[in-house]
Design a protein around this ligand. Sequence first.
Ligand code: AQP
Length: 339
Amino acid sequence: MTKPVFAPRVFSGIKPSGGLTLGNYLGAIKRFVDMQGPKFETIYCVVDLHAITVWQDPAELRTATREVAAGYLASGIDPERSILFNQSQVHEHAELGWLFNCVARVGWMNRMTQFKDKAGENAEGVSLGLYAYPSLMAADILLYHATHVPVGEDQKQHVELTRDIAAKFNHDYKVDFFPMTTPVIEGPAMRIMNLRDGTKKMSKSGESDMERINMTDDADLIAKKFKKAKTDPEPLPETVEGLAARPEAKNLVDIYAALNDQTAEQVITEYAGAGWGRFKPALADLAVEKLAPISTEMKRLMDDPAEIDRTLGRGADRAREIAQPILRQAYDIVGMLRS
Ligand code: AQP
């Protein structure tokens, strides 16, 4: 039997579990924008069902959902060229997620490092949803037969699990139905770190606001956060190899490189030997230059929530057109009766 050919299609999403960070922008949104074009059909989602794996205030969740949508739009996601919607408006995600709960193995879930990090000491007390999260993420991707998923380094293991689920489904039912999705993880911004601890990821839900740059921070706050960012006493090295054992210094160089569409090597060539008194203000100026137009546009969009809701609703209708037949075929394959 000939193998099916899957059209190049990108799917990715962001959880509305708080305001967007510079990590979300550089590790995800900026790259999503770059992938729009003739090579791929692009589908971008606000994954609100994932956000409630940890309790969210309902009103704040709705605001955060609109804010993530505004972040996508303000950064350059074009809702005509891409499909942009929020996950809960396309119920097929949850349904395929259930099928995958019955395909994925408990042993696979036990290996997920993000669950271990998030559950910490309290693994018995967290929601079942947090544990099953990666199988819903597999459904998000495979519901569209997506061939490519741009993600940050932290999501690599979940995309590998998506491939395992697709392979097991195909094997168990003797079909070639789901594609082997490729994670797209490239560039200097794959893991933007916490400004106060260069060994931890920058997260929306990190304890202190000073750990992260929010996409809506104003110029003064961005400058203050970079000024107070943890560094070491050494100046910047002559080569990138010199950053290897200096996580905080490496992080600031990576952020500069990603914001300026450069490599870390190019940044080091320009700033070799520079002290933090020179580099930090240059970084803050660059971040303000790149983020200010986006945050201004986000604020403008957030002033008209009804328009954001309409955009997400139109995107959900388009997403459903792709998702519905794929879910139906998956149900047929596993033996669900349809009258
Ligand atoms: N620090 C980061 N560096 C690079 N990429 C990042 N991403 C998130 N943080 C960084 C990428 O952004 C996309 C959306 O992630 P998400 O918000 O859905 O989930 P997350 O990775 O769990 O994000 P947070 O900020 O850490 O959220 P909380 O604190 O609520 O758990 C993904 O592609 C991710 O790789």
